[in-house]
Design a protein around this ligand. Structure first.
Ligand code: ZN
Ligand code: ZN
Ligand code: ZN
Length: 238
């Protein structure tokens, strides 16, 4: 049935950083799930944006589209994801783990939470966000800590600036995001992971994570935390 990646028979093909039209992605949730399912993925996490209050106020003031999940809609967001998770399993034997990208564009830190249950305010300091996420047994990932070809204060500039201080705080760091490979993070020093930061269809072809673990949510979470039997993989078209 699944023959797209026989080479990696023992490995689960994973992507833990994916956006849909619920925030700023261009494909609706169902289409995203079908796309990943049809490409033989084993584990995905949908991680639409929630926003800090300053950026949110700014967007409202400028009459810009919000492109993020509102706090009052967060419970519904999780419900929709759990429902879609059941469909993904039934149709593709693919695990969908509800997640979120905690997006602080005011102070410049983006944090991925996998298996989130309760809303956490992106306006809070990094340490407090991580504490609250770990309290929910979520896996916490530093998103794109070093973006190339951007100005000094890229989206996760604050995490990059404080990488030594935050090193142990996160369960893993994105050493690769979409087409970028962050050499400077140091593959040896940090727990690592690679994700697509999917916003549109062409982003499917990008860095991914392979994990050798049992096919269930807790086993996958443990593998990320222990950073054992993990590999990064650049998925190309054909
Ligand atoms: Zn985005
Ligand atoms: Zn981001
Ligand atoms: Zn993202």
């Amino acid at each position: 049935m699944k023959n797209n990646h026989n080479l990696y028979e023992d490995w689960l093909l994973c992507d833990f950083h994916i956006h849909t039209t619920i925030s700023d992605g261009t494909l609706p949730l169902e289409d995203v799930v079908n796309l990943y399912g049809e490409h033989g993925f084993d584990v995905i996490s949908i991680t639409d944006h929630i926003l800090d209050k300053y950026t949110l106020e700014e967007r409202i003031k400028k009459k810009e589209p919000i492109k993020a999940i509102k706090k009052e809609d967060f419970k519904d967001y999780l419900k929709i994801l759990w429902k879609e998770s059941k469909r993904a399993w039934k149709k593709y034997k693919m695990i969908l783990i509800p997640g979120v990208e905690i997006t602080n564009d005011f102070n410049k830190y983006h944090i991925i939470a996998i298996d989130i249950k309760e809303y956490v305010d992106p306006t809070l300091p990094v340490e407090e966000i991580v504490k609250r996420l770990k309290g929910q047994n979520a896996v916490v990932i530093a998103a794109h800590p070093d973006k190339k070809k951007t100005d000094k204060k890229h989206d996760s500039w604050y995490l990059w600036k404080n990488q030594e201080r935050f090193r142990e705080l996160f369960d893993a760091w994105e050493v690769a995001n979409r087409d970028d490979l962050f050499n400077s993070i140091g593959l040896k020093k940090y727990n690592y992971i690679a994700n697509s930061d999917f916003h549109e269809k062409r982003h499917l072809y990008s860095w991914k994570t392979l994990i050798k673990s049992e096919r269930n949510v807790e086993a996958v979470k443990e593998a990320i935390r222990n950073n054992m039997h993990i590999a990064i993989y650049l998925m190309r078209e054909n």
